[in-house]
Each structure stands twice: as C-alpha cells, then as structure tokens.
Design a protein around this ligand. Structure first.
Ligand SMILES: [Fe+2]
Length: 433
C-alpha cells in the first residue's frame, strides 16, 4: 500500500494560481478555500507506473524530471493548459522516487512517487471495471447545474468510451460493468449503450444498477436489455478467467435506490466456493455500519449478516467491489478485500484495473485521461462548494493497492503463460456470453 506523499514545491502560490484559473474557466463553480484541487497530483500507481494529473496550469510544454538513482530522466508528457492526465512508466517497484513537474522550464511542483511492490510471477489475468456511466444524464450537481453546450458528444458517453478505450490499451482481457449504465433506463439511453459497446473488443459482463431499474414511465426492463445483449444471463453469474472466478451479482431492488444481496446467499456461496481467488462485482456498496450514514443508501448491514461470514468461509480469497457511491474506498474484511470505485463521469472520473497473480491482486483506479473528459470531471469537483472533490476520490491507498491471497495458487499452466481466454461456467444455467 502507498500513501499520497506528494507535496508542492512552491505550495501556496501554485494553489492560488490554480484556484484563480478554476474560477475563471467557463462554467466553473466557486469553491470553498479549503477545497481547491492541487495543480498536479499523482493519482494512481502500480509497481512500475504512475498516473500524473494536472489542471489550471499556464500554457506550455509540461515536463517531468524523474530523479532515478541512476540520474535524472526528463519526460515530456504533453501540453499544460487545461486538465489532463498521463501515465509514466519506468519506476522501480516498491520504492519512492522524487519527480519535479515544470511548465515551459518553470518549476511547478515536486512529488514523491511511491510505487507498489512487485507481485510474484506473471499475471493470471487483467480485468477492468467501470460503473455509474449514467448514459443519458445531461447535468451534474445538486440541481444539475453543471451542463455542457449542445453539439458536443454528451459527457456520460464520452467518458465511458474513453474509459473502455484506456482500459483496453492497459491490457484488460475482460470488462466488468457494475451498474447504473443508464440514467433512467429509457430506450434512447440503451441506444447510447450500444454505441459504447461498439468500442469494446473484449468480453463483457454487466449487472444493472438502481438507475437502470427505477421503472419510470417509458423505461425499458434492464434485465431484458442486458440479456438481449448477452451480458447478464442470471442474477448471480460466475465465469472463470485464467485462475480466478468472476461473479456478477444483481443487487438491485426495482424502484428503489437501496440494494440487497441476502436473497442470493445460496447462489453466491456456491459461486465463490472454489479452489482459486474469487471476485464479486455488484452495484451497491456494503454498508459497514448498522445504520446508513452516507447517501446513497447501499446494502444494509442486516441484509448481509449471514452472507458475508458464509462467503469468506467458502473462499477466504475473495474481493467484493461495488459502484453506486461514486467514491473510492477500500478496506479489509476478514481475509478479503472490499472496495468501492467511483463513476466514469464525475470527479474524479475513473476506471479500475485488477492485475491478478497467483499470490495476490493489484487494484489500480485511474482517472479517465482523455483531455475533454478530464476537463469535465475536474469541473464537477466544485459541486457542494468543492466538498465533492475532496470526498469522492478517497486516498491513493483506497485506489492503488496490493492485496495478498492467503496462499499461493498453482500456476495457470506448466509454462506459466498468461491465460487470455474466458471460459463460461454458469452457476444456474444461462446463455453463453
Ligand atoms: Fe450512480
């Protein structure tokens, strides 16, 4: 695990400059003084990579000076100006490396990039997740006050397309969609989903979210729409990728914002009861406390009282990940890992990658880097006086982390080759993917 150890070399002056740029940008909202975003950030790390993000910098070429032990390596990562993100490779695993950021030769910030440790052996599989696309939404904020002009590709579709494009370039072999695909389940919104699917060239699994199942007048049935596209054969559906089991679980309660999983206890336990690591992907988050304490409501604690112990008894190497809250959080439960990953289309605007090894898994949550998406998502940080932008991203240790299995599993094959095919193993009879 890492902690964000970034610091500003010129601190207050840069913050002030970024705030001024934010508030003068077209359509920007005023923010509270303590909520201003840093002009540059290390948003994500893996073992050898780091994702840098920036916003509100003066125009000019943006350069990193990476201070390796062997010497300083200058890396041009694009033009500063508005918002952006770039992935930089070549860091040593499990170490801290100082990186200076400069624009047009002028120093801006210094970061200490602390990478995750390397995991043993080759990856078994790489999968990516997205959630809370809200295709069809036309504004963000408490009163949907943030909007874009007509004539541009709508931000929900634009951000989702960029997310799947970037996840596939990262090497994802399977795309998992954790619900809230549409804003209200309307026919035109499912048409937008088809447009997104045209950009996906790897197998896909999906579950609906509460926004897909609100059952508003004129909306389509989410189960039917997903099944029609071959993405959601059963409410609990398991498939193998390499040496891991992927379980998709429908947590929706039609017409309601909250979720439930308790009714699927038998099917879920059966699905994860295997001699390999297992992942459960679902829409709603597990509420850790007896009473709801954040909005939106998730899966109440009493609903999973019997489910969670049974799941971890059946498989101690279990990861459960959800969407719904539009925020990033991670915590350990028993021997497993539970994470929430934020949306594609509001701050910070992300997708998640899971690199699965025989001994551990690495989660990395990366911002959608496409510049117009980064710019839109940066605008949305200002909602609720900027508190949204402070609350939703979580810490870097919520987003980038290694989680060790309780044991090392056998290699996928004798040669240790990465398995790239996905074999369907339905738990209760279903159509093939
Ligand atoms: Fe959502």
């Amino acid at each position: 695990m890492t902690r964000d150890q970034s610091r500003s070399a010129v601190g207050h002056n840069v913050e002030t400059m970024a705030s001024a740029a934010d508030t003068t940008r077209r359509g920007a909202l005023p923010t509270l003084p303590f909520t201003a975003l840093s002009p540059t950030e290390v948003f994500a790390v893996e073992d050898t990579t780091a994702q840098f993000t920036w916003r509100g910098l003066p125009d000019g070429p943006l350069r990193l000076n990476v201070h390796h032990r062997s010497g300083t390596q200058p890396i041009e990562i694009g033009a500063a100006g508005d918002s952006g993100a770039a992935d930089v490779d070549g860091f040593a695993a499990g170490t801290g490396t100082a990186v200076d950021v400069e624009v047009d030769g002028q120093p801006i910030t210094r970061h200490l990039v602390t990478t995750l440790g390397a995991l043993d052996g080759p990856p078994i599989a790489k999968i990516a997740t997205i959630s809370d696309l809200h295709l069809g939404a036309d504004g963000f904020g408490l009163i949907r006050q943030l909007r874009e002009p007509n004539g541009v590709e709508p931000y929900p579709l634009r951000c989702a397309k960029a997310a799947v494009r970037e996840a596939q370039a990262w090497g994802a072999e399977l795309l998992v969609i954790k619900g809230d695909i549409t804003e209200l389940g309307m026919p035109a919104e499912w048409d937008l989903f088809d447009e997104l699917l045209d950009d996906v060239h790897i197998p896909i699994l999906a579950v609906p979210g509460n926004h897909d199942t609100f059952a508003k007048r004129g909306s389509l049935d989410a189960t039917t729409e997903l099944r029609r596209r071959g993405l959601f054969p059963e409410p609990v559906y398991a498939t193998d990728i390499g040496g891991a089991t992927i379980v998709m679980a429908d947590s929706t309660v039609p017409g309601h914002s909250y979720g439930r999983l308790g009714q699927w206890t038998e099917q879920l336990v059966q699905a994860v009861d295997c001699e390999q690591p297992a992942f459960i992907f679902t829409h709603h988050h597990l509420e850790p406390w007896r009473y709801p304490h954040i909005w939106p409501p998730g899966i109440r604690k009493f609903d999973t009282r019997d489910l969670l112990p049974a799941l971890f008894e059946a498989n101690p190497d279990l990861v459960i990940s959800s969407g719904h809250t539009h925020r990033n959080r991670a915590y350990r439960h028993a021997t497993g890992l539970v994470t929430e990953v934020s949306a594609t289309k509001d701050y910070p605007g992300v997708w998640a990658g899971y690199t699965i090894h025989a001994s551990a898994v690495r989660q990395v949550v990366r911002r959608v880097a496409e510049p117009t998406c980064a710019a839109w998502n940066d605008r949305t940080h200002a909602v609720v006086g900027g508190i949204w932008g402070r609350w939703s991203p979580g810490s870097i240790s919520d987003r980038s982390l290694n989680h060790a299995w309780t044991r090392t599993y056998p290699a996928v094959d004798a040669a240790g080759q990465v398995t790239t095919s996905v074999d369907s193993q339905p738990t209760s009879g279903s159509a093939p993917i």
